[in-house]
Design a binder for this molecule. Sequence first.
Ligand SMILES: [Zn+2]
Length: 105
Amino acid sequence: MDRVLGEVLRAAVWDRLHSLEEVANCADDDSVLVVVRSELPRLVAGWRAVLADHSPDIRGHCPACSSFWRPWVAPCTVWLSAYKHLVYAESLSSEQFEESAASRS
Ligand SMILES: [Zn+2]
């Protein structure tokens, strides 16, 4: 993928995430419900597709993150990020999660 196309894709994804965040933070409850029902299944499907690409092979290596010279033992950063945002974050309030994320970066 060339650099320009990569920049366009990244900008489109960041814009989409920003607009979803705006709906969650600013829209009325009925609008949020409509957006959640349409977007949540797509987000779940997207996470599943990404995680499937990063599922360990029979040797326990991530096929997407590994190279011929450098195997990456699972779980890779994608799975760790998924755990952090989908499981660990569930156990914290949004304020606690933001504080936790800020302290680790
Ligand atoms: Zn990976």
